[in-house]
Design a protein around this ligand. Structure first.
Ligand code: G3H
Ligand code: 13P
Ligand code: ZN
Length: 285
């Protein structure tokens, strides 16, 4: 199948009241694990590239890997820029074949976030590419913020509805208690706030920092309007855990295929499980 826009996946998710998983990739094995999981679960899927991934693998390599994976697969796949940093980067990704871009202006003054996001939306929509933006600020678990500090960064429902109307974005990432990375304790999501945002914002909502969020909390977030769920850390941990196990059991192993093959299988299992929890399994259409 050729790649599809994020918008088309999220419109179907909104109609079906489920969320689509968005998994970060950095190399061929991760792309294959994600696409393998999507095929086995008959699930639509979003494969995304972060700033770190672009720096590590290169934009063209990522675009080519995901394009081949999508073409060989029978499921709808969107290729998405995760936490994009500028108008220029969004244009580079569109040119490289991405079907969706995020602009993360959450650290900018509101007016600047709106202005840049709106410019990207105008160009992206003209060529059928979708746009995600972020309002409020999703921290990293390593920031170790107090509850009050994290709450100060949460998305304000009124501002979110103004932002969505002013920019025309296809998806909005919200700060409601999750953080990027490995949680030390259990994350506490602000469900009343999420419900309030969902009631005021007519665009699909995105949950970042979703690794380590308990299944029940994920299901509740989906029931309240989360339609895209970002996962990186859980897949990284499956990858690195498998590598450690393989090398501990086979200290003299030098064949990359015997080291990376089991890691690919371990990642695929994690992605399959997520797809079942998110409700996108069986929705490839
Ligand atoms: O949003 C953050 C993702 O986990 C990606 O992080 O830039 O280290 O790839 P990264
Ligand atoms: P986690 O690494 O916490 O799963 O977050 C991923 C993410 O939000 C990517 O944008
Ligand atoms: Zn994120």
């Amino acid at each position: 199948m050729s790649m599809v826009s994020l918008r088309s996946l999220l419109d179907a998710a909104t109609a079906g009241r489920y969320a689509v998983g968005a998994f970060n990739c950095n190399n061929m094995e991760i792309v294959q694990a994600i696409i393998g999981a999507a095929e086995k679960e008959a699930s639509p899927v979003i494969i995304q590239a972060s700033q770190g991934a672009i720096k590590y693998a290169g934009l063209e390599y990522i675009a080519a890997l995901v394009r081949v994976a999508a073409e060989k697969s029978g499921v709808p796949v969107a290729l998405h820029l995760d936490h994009g940093t500028s108008f220029a980067q969004a244009m580079q990704c569109i040119r490289a074949g991405f079907t969706s871009v995020m602009f993360d202006g959450s650290a900018l003054p509101l007016e600047e976030n709106i202005a840049i996001t709106r410019r990207i939306v105008e160009v992206a929509h003209a060529v059928g590419v979708s746009v995600e933006a972020e309002l409020g600020r999703i921290p990293g678990t390593e920031d170790e913020l107090s509850v009050a500090e994290q709450q100060a960064l949460f998305t304000a429902p009124d501002q979110a509805s103004e932002f969505a109307a002013a920019t025309g974005v296809d998806a909005l990432a919200v700060a409601v208690g999750t953080a990027h990375g490995h949680y030390k304790g259990e994350p506490k999501l602000d469900f009343p706030r999420l419900a309030q945002i969902a009631s005021q914002v007519p665009v699909p909502l995105v949950l970042h920092g979703s690794s380590g969020v308990p299944d029940d909390a994920i299901r509740q977030a989906v029931s309240l309007g989360i339609r895209k769920i970002n996962i990186d850390t859980d897949v990284r941990e499956a990858f690195s855990g498998s590598l450690r196990e393989t090398l501990a059991a086979q200290a003299t192993q030098t064949d990359p295929r015997k080291i990376l093959g089991p890691a690919r299988e371990a990642m695929e299992e994690v992605v399959r499980r997520k797809m079942r929890v998110f409700g996108c399994a069986g929705r490839a259409g």
